[in-house]
Design a protein around this ligand. Structure first.
Ligand code: NAP
Length: 283
């Protein structure tokens, strides 16, 4: 396992396990247990995934010391604003059964995220959160937040995969000293990516699967990855990426697969803002 150092010196595993769309509590608990036993030490959940309790149970049952697991959760839009964010953070802690979070992220750049950010800065100062960050902040919003916040975000989690490589956003984050973390690192399986002929050919040279080639490509670009799977064999497969290295030529070939836009979600559309704002996770 490789680690990245965040701007504040916190050490974060470069690969972790995501639990989006594992709504069934038993399935989520089992998947997280399998991930921890396979060797993952970063778990990425969110209040909006409705599975923080299951993640917390798996962490407890694993018997792995708390300080060895890097836990991420996220603040939903409905809980933006200073007071709401403080309450939502406490709810997440309670659901997870933990007394601190390693990484707390603003889930979407919407509603009163500046108020939320101030609450997060205070929780960070109080030692309740080891690192704070954002998701889905594109260059103009990320730059604005970095220029106005007392504490700049340490992470920006954005969609990133071979079809949407975020080249400009990556440059912007490097300039700002913000670590990029990829959501949808496997493109959520879109466009039949696991049978992509270019990636399959590259994999053959190393005896690796398409998923392993993609994850390795991310790692070599300095990106933190959090692939999700509910299948034990895939959970293990996705972690088995530390014994090979893609050549510059492989990296360039994959670089040419970039479409330059998302086919999963358009963060710049009014329809997306409406849909995300109307998604409620509590009364
Ligand atoms: P992903 O990890 O790119 O892809 C997951 C999909 O790929 C699932 O359908 C999974 O199927 C399949 N898969 C996984 N490994 C595979 C393998 N080795 N071979 C074949 N198929 C495989 O997508 P994601 O879950 O959207 O993204 C990862 C994590 O990012 C999430 O779980 C979540 O923690 C985070 N995320 C954050 C945001 C945000 O806005 N901040 C948005 C989306 C996601 P099975 O489960 O059936 O194996």
């Amino acid at each position: 396992m490789n680690y990245v150092r965040l701007q504040n010196g916190v050490k974060m595993p470069q690969e972790g396990f995501g639990v989006f769309q594992i709504a069934d509590a038993e399935q989520c608990e089992k998947a997280v247990m399998e991930a921890l036993s396979a060797g993952y030490r970063l778990i990425d959940t969110a209040a909006a995934y409705m599975n923080e309790e299951a993640v917390g149970r798996a962490i407890k049952k694993s018997g792995i010391p708390r300080e060895e697991i890097f836990v991420t959760t996220k603040l939903w839009i409905q809980d933006a604003g200073y007071e709401n964010a403080k309450k939502a953070f406490q709810n997440s802690l309670d659901h997870l059964g933990l007394d601190y979070i390693d990484l707390y992220l603003i889930h979407q750049p919407m509603s009163d995220y500046y108020g939320a950010w101030r609450a997060m800065e205070e929780l960070y100062d109080a030692g309740k959160i080891r690192a704070i960050g954002v998701c889905n902040f594109y260059p103009e919003r990320l730059t604005d937040l970095c220029m106005n916040a007392r504490i700049a975000p340490m992470i920006n989690q954005v969609e990133c995969h071979p079809f949407f490589q975020q080249k400009a956003a990556l440059e912007n984050m490097k300039e700002l000293g913000v670590q990029i973390e990829a959501w949808g690192p496997l493109a959520e399986g879109q466009k039949d990516i696991f049978h992509n002929p270019v990636l399959t050919e590259i994999g053959k040279k190393y005896g690796k699967t398409v998923a392993q080639v993609i994850l390795r490509w991310h790692i070599q670009r300095g990106v933190v990855v959090i692939p999700k799977s509910v299948h034990k064999n895939r959970i293990e497969e996705n972690l088995d990426i530390w014994d090979f290295e893609l050549t510059h030529e492989d990296m360039d070939v994959i670089g040419q697969m970039d479409l330059g836009h998302s086919e999963i979600i358009d963060h710049f559309s009014a329809a997306t803002a409406k849909w995300l704002n109307s998604y409620k996770i509590h009364k």
